[in-house]
Design a protein around this ligand. Structure first.
Ligand code: CO
Length: 133
């Protein structure tokens, strides 16, 4: 079952610039910093209520987020929803005819398991499912 929104991923070329900007808007001084090698990203995240805002910069231009920035520029990259079991939900959605980017759970930030649905099947919105391990 898909429950709440876990985080919103925002693509940025430069994490320091984005941290300054979001820090100013939300009055945030402390960010959780992390490099996720599996996704080739550096992230800086902070919590607004129950939702994480995840500022995401590529560690390499050939990463998915690097390609997104080339094509679409900075802005909202994906919305991530919490689920109890990413693999079960991916299988259910594939069965419903939804195209998937990941067919099984991958390593994500915050030690979560994640999987992306393909935006061509979700009205142009990149959706991620995530699960605490
Ligand atoms: Co995410």
């Amino acid at each position: 079952m898909i429950r709440n929104i876990n985080h919103i991923g925002i693509a940025t070329h430069n994490l320091e610039t984005a941290m300054n900007l979001y820090g100013k808007i939300f009055g945030i001084t402390e960010f959780h910093r992390e490099r996720v090698e599996a996704q080739k990203v550096d992230i800086a995240s902070f919590r607004i209520g129950n939702v994480l805002i995840e500022l995401t910069a590529p560690t390499s231009p050939d990463s998915p987020i690097g390609k997104f920035l080339d094509k679409r520029g900075e802005g909202i990259h994906h919305i991530a929803f919490s689920t109890d079991n990413v693999d079960v939900e991916l299988a259910r959605l594939e069965n419903e005819g939804i195209a998937l980017i990941n067919h099984s759970a991958q390593a994500g930030a915050h030690d979560m398991l994640i999987g992306f649905l393909h935006p061509k099947s979700t009205g142009g919105v990149l959706m991620e499912l995530c699960q605490n391990r």
